[in-house]
Design a protein around this ligand. Structure first.
Ligand SMILES: [Fe+2]
Length: 132
């Protein structure tokens, strides 16, 4: 599924990962037995959160800390849902809830990163002469 233009943040890795997350969400929603798809989602979500926080931290440490706190809340919600499913809860409901939580985050909080990612990467910045 191509990433909708409104969700493109201008960061190649993060945009590619959001694109993959949307694919995983679509896979979850079309799954009759979503347990394996949910495990794939949780694993990829963790990697993506780490990469996104690193990309943010290169530009603004404070935003990275705030955004990381949001990621931790989401990860706890998702793990609670998975635990509920493993304890006999409905897998369909679990996959719908996880999809909704991640979509909401991408569409709201992650979209606000667009301006931050439009800043030049630190390696493109040069120190004034005499400060190296
Ligand atoms: Fe995020």
């Amino acid at each position: 599924m191509p990433l909708p233009t409104a969700l493109v943040l201008g960061h190649d890795l993060i945009d590619a990962q959001h694109d993959h997350l949307l694919d995983l969400i679509a896979r979850l929603q079309g799954c009759s037995r979503p347990d394996g798809a949910i495990a794939d989602m949780v694993s990829f979500m963790r990697q993506h959160f780490r990469d996104e926080e690193e990309a943010i931290a290169l530009r603004d440490q404070e935003v990275a800390l705030d955004h990381g706190a949001t990621h931790r809340v989401i990860a706890m919600q998702v793990l609670d849902i998975v635990a509920g499913m493993q304890a006999g809860g409905c897998p369909d409901r679990a996959s719908r809830s996880i999809s909704a939580i991640l979509l909401e985050h991408i569409v709201t909080e992650d979209r606000m990163l667009k301006r931050l990612f439009s800043l030049p990467e630190p390696r493109h910045l040069t120190l004034p002469r005499g400060t190296e």
